[in-house]
Design a protein. Structure first.
Length: 286
């Protein structure tokens, strides 16, 4: 039995792989922590608040250089039921690519199978599957951009890992960095440039590195990550390979663009959170 068949069997392979069941047909999972719970009844504010508390602990430990404490919090987030719920919701409902299938052909999970995927993430026993190569046209050019579409299971696991890695690296990034960061967009970068140059003339350097993400060195990237709890998973995703026109290609260098954790163009989605300190409301990214 191949990986695709194994994943379908573990998710439960009834017919509703073709379309997402509506709330009126919401079926509770038979193996979930709370069998009586339905997907539509989940208190998402409570889920996001619980995950955000862990992310703040990771951010503070990273900013103070307390690596052992930070890794402990990251492991805790990886095992968190709320974090798994949020990761599955993002890849099956929020993301635009929820209707795009990987090599396993799974897409549009109905509510019952979302619960099954949440429980499947707890085991993390499946190895990373190869990505499916898809070509999309570049705007204003005849050239096409290659995307690597992971399986639904890998996408959910990548979203879970991303929840733990973003606050760690937010504490390390430069304050004037705007690429691929939560809560920041092109408009923020334009505003920062205007504030910097509106008083006196300055030089602006515009650089475009050709095929940057397609030629990233795997060893250098893993060395940058260090002894992270997610190192083994990230290495699997980098080395998983690609299926292009039913032909398997090994991954020697570069990162597949198109996954949840890989670099890609995305819309601005504010993720600033706030709290009141001494009557003054402060905005926090993490």
């Amino acid at each position: 039995m191949n990986k695709a068949q194994t994943l379908k069997r573990r998710l439960g392979n009834p017919k509703p792989f073709l379309s997402v069941a509506r709330d009126t047909d919401d079926i509770p999972s038979q193996i979930s922590t709370n069998p009586a719970q339905k997907w539509k009844d989940i208190n998402w504010k409570k889920v996001e608040k619980s995950v955000f508390k862990l992310q703040k602990l990771i951010y503070r430990a990273s900013s103070r250089g307390e690596l052992r404490k930070m890794h402990r919090y990251q492991k805790l987030l990886l095992k968190s039921y709320y974090a798994r719920l949020l990761a599955v919701r993002r890849v099956t409902q929020d993301n635009q690519g929820k209707k795009t299938a990987g090599v396993d052909g799974i897409k549009n999970l109905p509510p019952m199978q979302r619960f099954n995927l949440v429980n499947l993430l707890a085991s993390r026993h499946l190895k990373a599957s190869p990505t499916r190569r898809v070509y999309i046209p570049k705007p204003g050019r005849d050239e096409k951009r290659p995307l690597g579409i992971p399986t639904m299971y890998d996408r959910a696991l990548q979203a879970l890992v991303k929840l733990g890695m973003e606050p760690e690296w937010e504490a390390r990034f430069e304050p004037n960095s705007y690429g691929f960061r939560p809560g920041r967009s092109t408009h923020d970068a334009i505003g920062a440039i205007y504030v910097s140059i509106n008083k006196k003339p300055k030089y602006v350097l515009d650089a475009d590195i050709s095929k940057c993400f397609d030629r990233i060195n795997h060893d250098e990237l893993l060395g940058k990550i260090g002894q992270s709890p997610y190192r083994r998973l990230i290495k699997q995703w980098l080395k998983s390979g690609v299926f292009d026109n039913k032909q398997f290609l090994e991954s020697v260098e570069g990162t597949p663009q198109g996954g949840v954790i890989s670099p890609q163009k995305r819309k601005h989605r504010p993720t600033r959170y706030g709290r009141k300190i001494n009557g003054i409301r402060q905005n926090l990214r993490y």
